[in-house]
Design a protein around this ligand. Structure first.
Ligand code: 1GP
Length: 234
């Protein structure tokens, strides 16, 4: 089971969410019409990921649960898909290829589907966990042509999807002109956009600019009205 159509994805951080909470979010995401659930954390989470993924799957049957891993240590077979992320905005080999090689023994034992995804970090106004943990700089938010060149290079390498990330809790989400530039550069690739999206209007704007999937995390933990986000990202 992979992602289909377009719309809203809910991100669950296994470090900040216990099994009971994950079960609630899973039920809500399904009831509201979310297209899928991502689970992941940029730091730690190895111990909790499996249980939280299981709780999400049990409580949101029929919608895909995908791992959005911060490292190979978070791998679990309790997901339908692993976003096989390469942090292509950075130049740290650990997140370009090393964690991927480390994932291989697990993936040989547990044949979970993977989606090769170019993960592009964009400045969102503050230092986020992804930047701190990966020790990579985000791309400037006012250089759409530079971001689009990264997306194009990823497509030429053969990657299947692009993920534009402002970082969890970013002050500013990925700008619309950056999303538009990437959409134009790689019209046939799945495009995910997340980080700092706090209102349904921002979700709608990201979709209108060309994102296939809009990802929200923090506002879900805060208990926002999921349905409004689902409608906006439809
Ligand atoms: C997903 O990191 C984001 O790409 C989630 O960000 O927590 O700011 O919604 P928020």
């Amino acid at each position: 089971m992979s992602f289909h159509g377009q719309g809203l994805l809910v991100l669950v951080d296994p470090v900040r969410t216990n099994g009971v909470e994950a079960a609630r979010i899973g039920r809500e995401a399904k009831a509201a019409g979310a297209r899928g659930i991502l689970i992941g954390s940029s730091f730690d989470g190895a111990a909790q990921t499996h249980e939280v993924a299981k709780a999400l799957r049990e409580n949101a049957p029929g919608i895909p649960v995908a791992l959005f891993p911060g490292s190979a240590m978070q791998l679990t077979d309790q997901v339908d898909l692993v976003l096989f992320l390469s942090l292509v905005s950075g130049r740290n080999p650990q997140y370009l290829i090393e964690e991927h090689v480390r994932a291989v023994p697990f993936l040989q034992r547990h044949p979970v589907a993977t989606l090769s995804t170019a993960y592009i970090l964009i400045d969102g106004g503050r230092v986020t966990s992804v930047e701190a943990v990966s020790q990579t700089r985000p791309l400037p938010a006012d250089k759409p042509e530079l971001v689009a060149a990264h997306a194009t290079a990823a497509q030429l390498i053969g990657m299947q999807a692009i993920y534009l990330e402002a970082g969890s809790g970013a002050e500013r989400p990925v700008p619309e002109n950056v999303i538009r530039a990437c959409r134009a550069a790689v019209p046939d690739r799945l495009l995910f956009v997340g980080g700092g999206i706090r209102t349904p209007e921002q979700a709608r704007a990201a979709r209108a600019a060309g994102a296939d999937f809009v990802v929200i995390g923090t506002v879900v933990e805060e208990g926002s009205n999921l349905k409004a986000f689902v409608e906006a990202a439809r």
